[in-house]
Design a protein around this ligand. Sequence first.
Ligand code: UD1
Length: 420
Amino acid sequence: MDRFIIEGPTPLEGDLTVGGAKNAVLPLMAAALLARGESVISNVPDLQDVRFFMTILEGLGARCSFNDHVLIIDTTDQAGFDAPYDLVRKMRASVYVLGPLLAAQGRARVSLPGGCAWGPRPVNLHLEGLRALGAKLELNEGYIEGECLNGLAGGRYRFEPSSVGATANVLMAATLAVGESLLENCAVEPEVTQLGKALVKAGAKIEGIGTTTLRVQGVERIDPLEQSVIADRIEAGTFMAGVALAGGKVRLQGVNPEHLAPVTAVLQDMGVTVTISEAGGSISVESNGRPEAVEVVTRPYPGFPTDMQAQVMTVCALAAGTSFLTETIYPDRFTHVAELQRLGADIRLDGAKATIFGVEKLQGAQVMATDLRASAALVLAGVAAQGQTIVNRVYHIDRGYERIEERLGRLGARIRRKRG
Ligand code: UD1
């Protein structure tokens, strides 16, 4: 298994282009199953998760080609409806194929995804929402088996709590249902909004995109998708946190500053200077001194994202003063705490609330994380820590960050990948 060897501390300086958003491209890939023909998705990041989702689509009979960040998904002869355990267990987002398969093929057999490194991750809202559209779903030997051979019907469903994945899944299904669907308390994360817009461009009839209430008039068919993926706000936020930690000045190109506002606000509270370019497509992040302590609570968008919690906790670890971080989306998402402690961080965990007593320096050590964002946080910590940090199991990072070591290296970090 590959590892990163990092010699710190080094400031980060220079320009960096942010890639397309992992969490936006995956539902778009699933949505390609709603149409017949070639969907073309551009600005697609070259990530393990994307390549993995391609194998799921290919297993369902679609043909995929991926070059220069352009992904073509040809569903002309796609007829499969079975997503097996061996594939789904590796990536929870595989469950995104459920709604489109039911809507377009009238049946689906999709493995239950199971939990993840930091605890259970239920799919009850996906199932209930699809049932509200008339799908007959049963759980059988670890599989979700569904049928609606006469198609789905419009229905009404309220997501409680707000769920990115369930909103996307049910929205995709409602697109081809017969009649009107009313979906309430929908997630308004930019990735869901992007999906809604791409579906409308392909002929779907959806009102309320970007709000928590979506009204969908089902259509018989939609055209293949044609969409460029929005910038990854979490990747951008990760590099911003890197500057807050290690110091320096970095200009991030290709971003949407509005999507970054919740992260920007917290980093500004910590004393980081964030400047948005006049045209709006880039932001500069600058930090010279020690960050200040802060209080952060994760919430659904437009709140502070849980996917930035580990990175910001790492900044808090070096802050002057005591910070408080409460996780309301995934109360167990704290696998990084023990690893940050190995680097010298002083963190006390009490249920879903972490108290972080800022220390002046982090000290390099061997660390390992069991999820994507936590691993990224440890890489940042390594860039800012004194001496050598070895981050093991970097395949987690490769799932969601394209060549992170090369890109951090161009900003001045001393980081190399050791294969094997
Ligand atoms: C997506 C993101 C993930 C991010 C998360 C929250 C993708 C591929 N992943 O995950 O990176 O951390 O949003 O922003 O886009 N819940 C239920 N029942 C369900 C579904 C969810 O109770 O059927 C709960 C979850 O346990 C959690 C909350 O709803 O507490 C939000 O989860 P959700 O938005 O669904 O996360 P994902 O879509 O899985």
